[in-house]
Write a protein that binds this ligand. Structure first.
Ligand code: DQA
Length: 152
């Protein structure tokens, strides 16, 4: 069975109350519920996690990558600062999609750079919490394709 780990970084636990003009009114629990429904309908195993700690996010990525699960990651501010997250994706060969609720490219310059983007298959941002749904729809066929390939 294809598995997807949805990993959330710092301050995403505040989704729904934090800067609602930028991030909207849906909570992280709301995002999780939507994705769990989608995963059940698609026959995909889903893990959904959040942490405010960089090292824990590294461990979450390692766990997903080493188990062959796909990664949908909203690393929050660590996107723009963390070499360790990039190395965890690269080092475990994780099939990962970077997501953001807001359009980071329409915001401050420091949000325009991502350390992770070059080691992800793609980046989805700016669609509100639907960015997660779009990432889920994109990652599942990629994981299914990878699972169907005979291993070398
Ligand atoms: C964010 C964008 C980041 O720049 C910011 O630090 C966040 C949230 C988003 O989902 O739009 O914490 O990742």
């Amino acid at each position: 069975m294809v598995a997807v780990h949805v990993l959330n970084g710092p301050n995403l636990n505040l989704l729904g109350t934090r800067e609602p003009a930028t991030y909207g009114a849906v909570t992280l629990a709301g995002v999780e519920a939507r994705l769990k429904e989608k995963a059940a309908a698609a026959g995909v195993e889903l893990a959904f996690k959040q942490t405010n700690y960089e090292g824990e996010l590294v461990s979450f990525i390692q766990e997903a990558g080493l188990s062959g699960a796909g990664v949908i990651i909203n690393a929050g501010a660590y996107t723009h600062t963390s070499v360790a997250l990039r190395d965890a994706i690269k080092g475990t060969d994780a099939l990962a999609i970077e997501v953001h609720v807001s359009n980071v490219h329409a915001r401050e310059d420091f949000r325009h750079h991502s350390y992770m983007a070059p080691v992800c298959v793609g980046v989805i941002c700016g669609f509100g919490v639907a960015s997660y749904d779009l990432a889920f729809d994109a990652i599942v066929p990629l994981l299914q394709k990878r699972a169907a390939k005979p291993s070398a």
